[in-house]
Design a protein around this ligand. Sequence first.
Ligand SMILES: NC(=O)c1ccc[n+]([C@@H]2O[C@H](COP(=O)([O-])OP(=O)(O)OC[C@H]3O[C@@H](n4cnc5c(N)ncnc54)[C@H](OP(=O)(O)O)[C@@H]3O)[C@@H](O)[C@H]2O)c1
Length: 189
Amino acid sequence: MGVRGDVSNLADLDRLYATVKQQKGKIDVLFANAGIFENASLGSITGSHFDKIFSVNVKGVLFTVRKALPLFQDGGSIILIASVAGSKGFEGSTVYSATKAAIRSFARSWTVDMKNRKIRVNAISPGVIETPMSAELSEQLKNILVSTVPLGRMGRPDEIAKAIAFLASDDSSYITGIELFVDGGLAQI
Ligand SMILES: NC(=O)c1ccc[n+]([C@@H]2O[C@H](COP(=O)([O-])OP(=O)(O)OC[C@H]3O[C@@H](n4cnc5c(N)ncnc54)[C@H](OP(=O)(O)O)[C@@H]3O)[C@@H](O)[C@H]2O)c1
């Protein structure tokens, strides 16, 4: 089932979780995926660029999780999407990268906050993945990025999905607070 909404709009999140409560009653696994990218070099950053990206990527993720908690099952799994950009410097990526560093920090704080409920919180950090987001990068920039990937190619969405399924399942029952890189080695060397 789909429920349309904007994660940076708290009323939309309330509407989403009211629907989940009504239709399913509880949540076992939460994957907070929504995120946006916009390129801006330091000298061209505006207040609206900052507000827009932090609203979706940081506020949106925080309240997606915060507002799910009343429905959450003890022993569940929360998975956040960070990025290699949170650990590495990329030209024109100041604000986006800072939002993804915040997500990595959320996974650490929430692991502690959720310990009494045995809810595991982990972050996945993709490298360069073939999605509509990366399709907006120029071929030249994609080639430069791929040249820095030890596995020599962009990743596929299904390769991220497998990591998410792992962190969602009991196969990762003793894993919490981590940042799992799925990046072809990009940020590991
Ligand atoms: N692609 C990469 O190389 C890469 C690398 C590292 C991390 N990531 C992260 O992975 C996540 C998914 O990115 P993607 O590559 O799949 O990008 P994408 O193709 O642009 O998809 C982004 C998704 O987020 C949703 N979304 C955006 N703003 C939203 C909002 N305000 N409220 C609700 N939903 C919203 C979009 O929904 P609509 O289509 O309805 O707008 C879309 O489903 C993001 O957090 C991104 O930062 C991506």
